[in-house]
Design a protein around this ligand. Structure first.
Ligand SMILES: Cc1ncc(COP(=O)(O)O)c(C=O)c1O
Length: 360
């Protein structure tokens, strides 16, 4: 099987945990209509929305390494974290189940939306054990209790997968993605992009890409649109994740290039967050509508805000001569048939208000 990162650094194969889950490489498509409408040299989309057959989006790439470790270590349960409608928690539950691994999701409240409802129902249908806590402090306490319970019941501790899967191991998925992109540039599927626009929730995607792009010689700029507040997205976290991921790679293969954080190749954009995580913005809504005209399904929490950043830069005339890539990180696989008959009353009662009050 070809895994672009391992093809370039063969010593990493076997030295890093990995299990194939995705439908990779994901396609690259040119978006001529928007390119012309808002004045961009060239605009392509990296279609990670179809990164998996059952469920796509950016989490699949991270889970190839995270769940690779789970399988390697024979762990029975993974414990992960997120907001109530977390795409990451859903993807983890779904792909873990496919490997016979249980998933316990420790969730915190978020603004309601149809996608929150859908994700909760699907995660429940996938057998995820769902818990809702009022905030991060309570999650920390409850995590200790879950550790004790699982050790008692299963004889060993669960594997912890951090929010968004954004640990150095999870970031490897996007280091690999950068090498995949290089192969596509070499194959002439797109010109070498000067700027890559992507949403930043827990930073694993943008930092993995940044490190991978640098290592594979595509030394271009990552424009990361913040959709969360610190500590989930911050300059300091980005640097730590970069160094941690690089250390993981260099411990597995010392010939993997060492580099310091390339600040000149990374821009963290604050202007498109709006009032906060999961809260829609006018720019995001406009971006979603423009994408819809091209048959692309985006949403208001991540990808709408990332595309809003790209559109604003184009309108300001900054992208006229540039080759630009938009990384679509949102699942587009339709799972409505899977949840049609799931009754929300089967979920723990703390989640019921999401189904009983209006969604935005
Ligand atoms: C659809 C979507 N796009 C982007 C992101 C951001 O990715 P990351 O958490 O790696 O920054 C997430 C998850 O957080 C997501 O679910």
């Amino acid at each position: 099987m070809t895994i672009p990162l391992f093809d370039t650094y063969p010593r990493l194969r076997g030295a890093l945990p990995y299990i194939a889950l995705g439908a990779l490489p994901t396609p690259v498509e040119r978006w001529t209509a928007l390119e012309q409408e808002i004045g961009i040299g060239t605009l392509h989309v990296k279609c990670d929305n179809v990164s998996g057959l059952l469920y796509g989006g950016n989490k699949v790439r991270k889970l190839e390494f995270l769940l690779g470790r789970t399988v390697q270590e024979g762990v029975k349960t993974v414990l992960t974290f997120g907001a109530a409608g977390s795409n990451h928690a859903l993807a983890t539950a779904l792909y873990a189940r496919g490997l016979g691994v249980n998933c316990v999701s420790m969730l915190v409240p978020q603004a309601n939306a149809p996608s929150v409802q859908r994700n909760l129902l699907f995660a429940h249908r996938q057998g995820a054990e769902l818990h809702l806590y009022p905030g991060r402090k309570r999650v920390a306490l409850a995590t200790l209790m879950q550790f004790q319970r699982l050790k008692r019941q299963q004889g060993r501790f669960p594997q912890v997968i951090p929010p968004g899967g954004s640990s150095p191991t999870g970031c490897l998925g996007f280091v690999n993605a950068a090498f995949e992109l290089r192969q596509q540039v070499e194959a002439g599927l797109l010109p070498e992009p000067g700027l890559i626009y992507v949403a930043s929730g827990t930073m694993g995607t943008c930092i993995g890409l940044l490190l991978g792009l640098r290592a594979c010689g595509l030394q271009r700029k990552v424009m990361a649109t913040r959709v969360t507040s610190p500590p989930y997205t911050s300059a300091e976290k980005g640097r730590k994740l970069y160094q941690g991921t690089q250390t993981t790679l260099r411990e597995a293969d010392p010939t993997f290039p060492a580099s310091s954080f390339p600040a000149e190749q990374f821009e963290l954009r604050d202007e498109f967050l709006g009032e906060g995580y999961g809260l829609p913005t006018p720019g995001g809504a406009e971006a979603i509508a423009m994408a819809q005209q091209a048959g692309m399904k985006l949403e208001g929490t991540y990808t709408g805000k990332a595309l809003a950043g790209l559109i604003a830069d184009a309108r300001a005339g900054k992208l006229r001569e540039k080759n630009v890539l938009f990384w679509n990180t949102y699942n587009s696989r339709d799972f409505s048939a899977e949840i049609r008959h799931v009754d929300y009353h089967a979920l723990p009662s703390g989640f019921h208000p999401y189904f009983e009050t209006g969604a935005q």
